[in-house]
Design a protein around this ligand. Structure first.
Ligand SMILES: [Zn+2]
Length: 373
């Protein structure tokens, strides 16, 4: 595959986005989020259930589904929550009833702390032929942290989120997946320990898949700034974690690169590292950043990047391979400017980064839904 000129690749797939509607359209809507995705070369995205009403019943799901069919020109596939109200505890949703209508089940943003509840969820999700897409976090280990518990936090007097809060729950969830046979997809992996646990689980044949996001591959705590644009959960971690994640995407331990596109208002992101909301946007910068800083630099082959951003997610989610296409101009050279985003969210640590690669055409299921002027 050429590294210059134009390439036409399988439409990109993002297994982890927050489109905020219904409930929080001041942050993002199905229309603004799916337009951002469409212009960036995505044909299919999977939405997390932290909206209002939560898609935790067929009635609530239909609120979201009707907005999607009205406003989106690409595939927007909702996950249902695992628990009622997406609380990470309490009562499970009606998994058997919802399973045929959703892409999977996730309480993203909250890890399910109770092992018994997680086991029951996995047993029922496995029996229903669906999958669990899990945010791994041990609440008892958070201790009010908001950036990585490492060099930067210690030097600047911030409270840190330790790596163990992620990998302890990765370890438990892999064990429960092994026990129940439930397909487990691990969200936004950020630590070297998680990468090693997944590598070992795959070697034992556990049905586990995993994602990371561009910011964990391209940033580390040494680059942090006193600015809400650098705040997301899990946090940007150490150089050692960044290198382990890169090795994980190179050797196939990490299956996909999702964005965890999580828009907030400018005000919600203006309160510094401690007080800003967790989350950054990413869907309009993922391909150019990864092409520029991983492929052009020789760290990743273009074919592997397309597996990570499209075809592997198609396999995991059961999407057809040859139905949608994105064409990129790899010679397009520009500076990332959040004011140009179609997303309502403008918070990104990558503002001002120089990149190559722009989507110039998006063909969704045989229809050209976007073409650059
Ligand atoms: Zn998320």
């Amino acid at each position: 595959m050429s590294l210059f000129g134009q390439i036409r690749v399988s439409g990109l797939v993002d297994m982890h986005v927050h489109f905020r509607e219904p409930g929080f359209v001041y942050k993002e809507s199905i229309l603004s989020g799916s337009t951002a995705a469409m212009r960036a070369g995505y044909s299919d995205v999977f939405t997390m259930p932290n909206v209002n009403p939560t898609p935790d019943s067929l009635d609530n799901l239909s609120v979201q589904s009707s907005i999607i069919s009205r406003d989106s020109h690409i595939g927007v596939h909702p996950y249902a929550s695992i628990t009622l109200g997406q609380k990470g505890e309490g009562e499970l949703v009606n998994i058997e009833q919802l399973a045929p209508h959703v892409a999977g089940f996730s309480d993203d943003g909250r890890g399910i702390q109770d092992e018994g509840l997680m086991r029951e969820a996995m047993q029922r999700i496995a029996a229903a032929g669906s999958m669990i897409v899990e945010h791994c976090e041990v609440n008892d280990l958070l201790r009010g942290g908001y950036i990585h518990d490492g060099l930067y936090a210690h030097a600047h007097g911030h409270r840190g989120i330790c790596s163990e809060s992620e990998w302890r729950e990765v370890e438990r969830n892999i064990r429960l997946s092994e026990e129940t046979g439930c397909r487990l997809h691990l969200c936004h992996m950020s630590t070297k320990e998680s990468v090693q646990l997944i590598r070992e689980a795959k070697a034992r044949g556990v049905k586990v898949t995993a994602e990371t996001a561009p910011h964990y591959l391209l940033l580390n705590e040494g680059m942090l700034q006193e600015d809400g644009n650098w705040k997301m959960n899990p946090p940007i971690r150490s150089v050692a974690d960044q290198m382990a994640l890169l090795a994980g995407v190179q050797d196939g331990t990490i299956d996909v690169i999702a964005t965890d596109h999580a828009p907030h208002s400018a005000e919600e992101k203006s309160r510094g590292l401690e007080k800003s909301a967790f989350g950054i946007v990413g869907i309009e910068t993922a391909f150019p950043l990864l092409y520029t800083y991983l492929v052009k630099t020789g760290l990743l082959m273009m074919d592997r990047l397309i597996e990570l951003m499209s075809t592997r997610a198609r396999e995991i989610m059961g999407l057809p391979m040859d139905e949608s296409w994105a064409t990129f101009d790899l010679d397009a050279h520009y500076t990332i400017d959040p004011e140009q985003f179609a997303s309502k969210g403008h918070s990104t640590p990558f503002a001002g980064w120089e990149v190559w690669g722009k989507c110039i055409k998006n063909e969704y299921k045989g229809t050209v839904v976007y073409e650059a002027e």
